[in-house]
Design a protein around this ligand. Sequence first.
Ligand code: LMR
Length: 342
Amino acid sequence: MPKFSHPREQRAWISRFNALLVASLLTLSVLNVQAAEVQIRFSHVVAEDTPKGLAANRFKALVEQRSNGRIQVKVYPGAKLYGDLDEMEAMRLGAVEMLAPSLSKFGRIGFPEFELFDLPFLFGSVQDVRRITQGPIGRRLLERLQRQQIIGLGYFDNGFKEMSANRPLLEPADFAGLRMRVQSSHVIAAQMRALGARPVVLPFSKTRQALASSVVDGTENPVSNFWTQRMNEVQTDLSLTHHGYLGYAVVVNQHFWQTLAPRDRALLTQAMEEALRYGNLIADTQNDKALAALQQAGTTRIHTLSPSQRARLREAVQPVYDELARRIGPVWIEEVQKAVAH
Ligand code: LMR
């Protein structure tokens, strides 16, 4: 410290020194973030206030905190960066490192066995789903992705899907002639056909607009997606059919994964496990919250099905199992049915 002729001078010097110190620390921390050693671009198609959006943000927070900013995760929600049609290709080319597509979207890129999750009325509860995703079947499915240089890091839920349109959808006859937006899954398309509707495959990010302009008449999704896409403004009726499951697999570019230091892979794996557990924990409440908000908004009539109405829908879609067995692989279907029956 320099010599001062007066204590006031010394105090002024100290306060200038402190201000400088704070400024340099701030600059350093900014530089730290900019100079992250590893950057992960994580792209997804839904809103931030959904099970997937929140789980992705939780992953980012855990990773950046535990690596002291050395690993940076940039989350791109709402198909801002890539959508259903190009996200897999973008990851293959290294334009993004991480995605969390719905399980229904793996058939399109050569993994039709993933469409087993779309079989209508297959799972009675998320506990049933867990028996598959947390067990040997789930592990084997993820391993298959390596065929295309994709590493599967794990599964998590959104929840059960409901049907929407500008009319109640309570009986098979209600679906007659409706154009229903579906994800790119042959199983979901077959399900809609079995109900007498016409499936129209559209990317998620185009769905609301397609409903608004009557390109399609209805769709299916868990309530959190319905609400956060403001589909309630363009659909008068939501029928709580709970007919199928919507879940995700987090996937990462294999080449990128292999270039990481083992300790970083371990950090990311651990953070992902925690983020997925968190995602599963909040999925139900996010859908309940969305349903409550929807009721409050009063824009859309909400219909609960009687057990016999649900049974009739279930019966109407049974042919899908035989029709799609060859595509999925009958052995996968048998194994899953056996696992859920326990
Ligand atoms: C959809 O396309 O309907 C869903 O897969 C969107 C999502 O990722 O939840």
